[in-house]
Design a protein around this ligand. Sequence first.
Ligand SMILES: [Zn+2]
Length: 899
Amino acid sequence: MLPKRYDFKSAESRLYQFWEDNGFFKPTNDPNLPGHDPTVKPYVISIPPPNVTGVLHLGHVLFVTLEDLMIRHQRMKGVPTLWVPGTDHAGIATQLQVEMKLKKEGTSRQEVGRERFLEETWKWKEEHGGRIVEQIRRLGASCDWDRERFTMDDGLSRAVREAFVHLYEKGLIYRGPRLINWSPALQTAVSDLEVEHEEEQGKLYYFKYRLADHPDQYIPVATTRPETILADTAVAVHPEDERFQKYVGRKALVPILDREIPIIADDYVSVEFGTGALKITPGHDPNDYEIGQRHNLEILSMLDKSAHVTEVGGPYQGLDRFDAREKLWADMKAADLVIKEEDYLHQIPRAQRGGEIIEPMISTQWFVDIAPLAEKALKVVQDGEIEIIPERFKKVYYNWLENIHDWCISRQLWWGHRIPVWYCDDCQELTVSREDPSACQSCGSENIRQDPDVLDTWFSSGLWPFSTLGWPDETPDLEYFFPTTMMETGYDILFFWVARMIMFSLEMTGKIPFEIVYLHGLVMDEHGQKMSKSKDNAIDPIDVMNDMGTDAVRFTMLVGSTPGLNTNLSLQKVEANRNFANKIWNAGRFVLGALDTIPAAPETEPNWTLPDSWIWARTQQLIRDTNRLFDNHQYGEAGRYIYDFFWGEYADWYLEIAKNQISEGGDRAFYTVETLIKVLDLCLRLLHPFTPFVTEEIWQHLRDAVLDSPLQDRLPEWPEALMIAPWPESREPEGWEEDKIKDFNLIQEIIRTIRNLRAEKNIKPGKRIPARLVGGDHTKTLQDALKSIIALAALDPDTTSLVPALEQVSPTDIALVAGPVEIYLPLSGLVDLEEEKSRLKSDLEEINQQIQRLEKLLAGPFTQKAPPEVVEKEQDKLNEYLETSRTLQDLLSSLEDQS
Ligand SMILES: [Zn+2]
């Protein structure tokens, strides 16, 4: 017997332990064990490694539950499954955490030095790095924890070295000065991902670029960053802009500095924007850098690494960038070089960590020559070797790879994979090596120094799907589990991560890293707004799990998700899904209780009732729908189907009818309980990937109870746990199913119609009322289900009758219509002929509206787009309505005759 209430708090940790202790998270058909069959294709996911500094947020919850759902589904299908977990060392994020800690202790990174700083960071990682992993376990993640990896563990560090040296030896890695994003506060290059662009109120400054040969004439130019005027090396106009054509080829004078720079023509310039003329600063703007490359312009750097003006700025040297802006502008005003200032909303690049304004700067860094890698990565998606879901993101992927820039991979940090390059103080040559060298490869000198920089975090995560399986070694895991199957991640890191994994994998292993990329959206609040602490709309998943259980959170995230679209989350939804978990629990309790009441053995072969056959046919339909939706990666939709079936059909209808059938005792009770159990078992299997805890808990009780009951001979197949029980496979519909579903739908319609009338007339729920049913061609069907109708519509069994046709209608009866069936309720005193007519008329109107709606739907594109079975369902509905409409019209005219 199940306890009265589902205690998720104790169940969740106990069940997780039970699964893990039994090795259910580990792959079957393990290539490291005897008896391995290499011909069986496994299903493999590598987890997007969360930052080791991370604290669980809803984004984690979404990807962990989605991946767990995929893995549990495949595992139940009998496929060898592997889900590799791990964490990312997260260069800047972690380094800043430790720097903060040192600051509190009154010291700093610089003070303790590199070696001790790294010791501190490793210590910090050991102490805090386990937190995110614990939280992921709480979500029910069925990862193989024996294969957990960290981007800086020994194996993965070796993979990083191998990849770097490989690319270097192929000439695909180089060092040189290029324009990069510079963070003056963090004193490092940062990736585009670490730069946030938010619209902010700024100013557009209009000023005069005087001509060198005619200082009384000028070209008007506008800029948002006047201080960069100090590093301008050209003025550009559009080649077809008639206003400025006469100036092209001449020289202009940089304000205040009076340096001469060329006036050039370039298509990039927009005639409409600003004044139509652009100042070009290749040293401090990515677009200008491109123009500079095209026109061979000089590159000047007017800022140093701490964003103070360099000697390029002449009299402004030494000023902070913002002070320089003010001073220069004031001087220009005094020199009559200013035209005007305007308020201007524009995108300002700020560091994701720290929030200061990022400065595009020329800096000497290490780069990957990305074009040759990008070409191959484009091809595997174009050729369909890798599928991207949803498909519209393919275009985004192509667009990015076709316009890709070389990738700056060096970072001026201490925490990370140190660049494996050593500089020789004697011969100045480089040594690039897989092993730490003790001497220069060129001259043998021992005066060598390793490059102080570390690699961009995305360099190591780009190797993740294969480095976690043992690459560069040819391990049995790599041989069997690679390429992996599914890369499930957020669409926001399609470039930063997914594309880089594809490029690296093709280059390093010659294989694609995964077959399918499934992109989920972002998690928003209930109004579709981004969650943030400042807006006070952030939801802490741990709090919600503590309050309402992990299954409720999982189910809410999963049914709310559609590939590529954002998910709006509200606590009300989680609460509703906690109620769903309780609904499953209560249904389980009822079924287990009923099992105790059945006779030891049936006397006859089963004689199924219409409701028995209906629920079984609908279960088969549900299995087909679920499998079709899973095959199309419509996991959320599948969850909604199962939810609706379980709540709306199994619990609300079949369970109620079963109570009545069980009360008959004997074989009827025996076979009813068998049906209850079979359907519950299948539902628990279908629900398990969504809500693993509550389903496993009920299933364990169900399993034990059935194996200890008279049903054990008829239902003997119960594996050790639901999580390894076989997934319900679809079978072809059998001929009888559709008829039974239609028949039962009619019964439901009759019951609903009577219930509505009862509600309308305020008849107390317990009061049994008489009825006369006129079944016509459906009399036999009604006869088979009469007991259910009587029970669920609360009819009086002694005064309820069923006839094929009625000779005369009593004018004092209330007449109702359900499809082809007429129902007469002799409720004298409650009936008013005029009221009756107007009620029937309004029913008829409503039905006719439904008919119009469906006719319109079925005449439209829906018929081509929706799956045939869905279209058929709507067609059936229409036919039913048409029938009801006809019967209503007949009734109305007979009432008209009477009055
Ligand atoms: Zn040397």
